[in-house]
Design a protein around this ligand. Structure first.
Ligand code: ZN
Ligand code: ZN
Length: 392
């Protein structure tokens, strides 16, 4: 009976959380202490977001609907990266209190919950990147959990306001975070009414209220979620590593295109306070260009740059990589040549590289150096005949 009561309490608690995300049937501390587990009831709105994409079967498509979905993807990707990430999570630039509220409103249209929850989870990621505590590390929890699973887990739903005191002191931000469904509902309704209006006012667009709702809200928002999630999953798996950070963050040009600059994730993990994540002109970072343009209007200011020490570290790493690649390729070329000449010579070369003591013994046993007449020993791979003229 007690078990049934507790189940009912949690079930209805999850329903209330659809509207009031700070409501909790249990204390947040006890929820954070629980092991990971999918909260099915709490996730129903998230599932509806995905299932809503199937609405295209009934509404059909139009070039206008597809263009609106794509435009809203990129405009709101800017909100995720430029606002939720680079402002609320890292405070990489400044704005006024009213400006901050407008940014939070704009960010809320992305349907990735409130700015405070997002910043809290993201700061936690930086503190524990690719460690067991990291809620979305593909190395700890696997690809699918890092991409989508973690967001469904009961313990990851509540916001720990004590970890984001610099943001939690603003009641207007806490309000938007607590009722994080409010802005998305208004946004979805706005799209529906816009489509409804356009169906009458501009019939050549061949759109409707339902079509705008499905394409502009469901399709675009689902794509936006997965585009953003690629940074949690793929940006710790795919691409190169300029900086030797303690996590496994990577730089990826492709991810930077679909996330407007967030793909330079290894740069970002090395120096997270900078407004820009593409550290060089060739590292395309559209979010940074837009923020820079916004700073010229006076709406935001004090964009933080990348310190010279970080550039020096990058140059040093680049130099070390070049030297390593160069020496690896010359060693490899030499070993390949030796393999063609005398198979055992390659083994001797490897032993020489790997064991200085063994090499000393071998040199003693061999007597004086014997490499000077190597060209005489070169054997053709095909014929077995001696091949003069090859360089050793
Ligand atoms: Zn990361
Ligand atoms: Zn970050």
């Amino acid at each position: 009976m007690t078990h049934q009561k507790s189940f009912a309490r949690r079930f209805f608690g999850s329903l209330v959380q659809w509207v009031d995300s700070d409501y909790s049937a249990d204390s947040p501390e006890s929820i954070w202490a629980q092991p990971d587990g999918v909260n099915l009831v709490r996730c129903i709105p998230f599932a509806i977001l995905h299932l809503g994409c199937l609405g295209v079967i009934w509404t059909g498509g139009s070039w206008f609907a597809a263009a609106v979905a794509a435009a809203l993807y990129f405009v709101r990707m800017f909100a995720v990266t430029g606002i939720y990430h680079r402002y609320f999570s890292h405070k990489s630039y400044s704005t006024s209190r009213f400006g901050q509220f407008l940014l939070a409103l704009f960010g809320a249209t992305c349907v990735q919950r409130g700015a405070l929850w997002w910043a809290y989870r993201h700061r936690h990621h930086h503190q524990h990147s690719d460690e067991p505590e990291d809620a979305h590390s593909p190395h700890v929890h696997g690809f699918w959990w890092s991409h989508i699973g973690w967001i469904t887990s009961r313990r990851n739903f509540p916001t720990d306001y004590s970890k984001i005191r610099d943001l939690a002191k603003y009641p207007e931000l806490v309000f938007l975070n607590r009722f994080d469904i409010l802005v998305p509902v208004v946004f979805a309704a706005g799209l529906f009414f816009m489509g409804h209006f356009l169906a009458e006012a501009a019939p050549t667009l061949h759109t409707s209220g339902a079509q705008m709702l499905i394409w502009g809200f469901f399709v675009s928002t689902t794509a936006l979620f997965h585009g953003t999630s690629c940074i949690n999953s793929l940006a710790h798996l795919m691409g190169g590593r300029r900086f030797d950070t303690e996590d496994d963050s990577r730089n990826s040009f492709i991810l930077s295109l679909i996330t407007l600059g967030e793909g330079w994730h290894n740069n970002h993990h090395r120096y997270m306070s900078a407004t820009r994540q593409g550290f060089y002109w060739w590292e395309i970072d559209v979010t940074y260009y837009l923020l820079k343009a916004l700073s010229w209007t006076g709406f935001i200011w004090e964009l933080k740059g990348v310190p010279p020490s970080i550039y020096r570290e990058a140059e040093l790493r680049n130099h070390q990589d070049t030297v390593a690649r160069f020496s690896m390729s010359s060693v490899q070329d030499e070993i390949n040549t030796l393999k063609r000449v005398v198979p055992t010579a390659a083994a001797i070369a490897m032993a020489t590289v790997n064991s200085p003591a063994l090499a000393t013994q071998m040199r003693k046993a061999e007597g004086p150096a014997t490499h000077k007449n190597m060209s005489e020993l070169m054997i053709d791979d095909q014929t077995g005949a001696a091949r003069p003229g090859l360089k050793s």
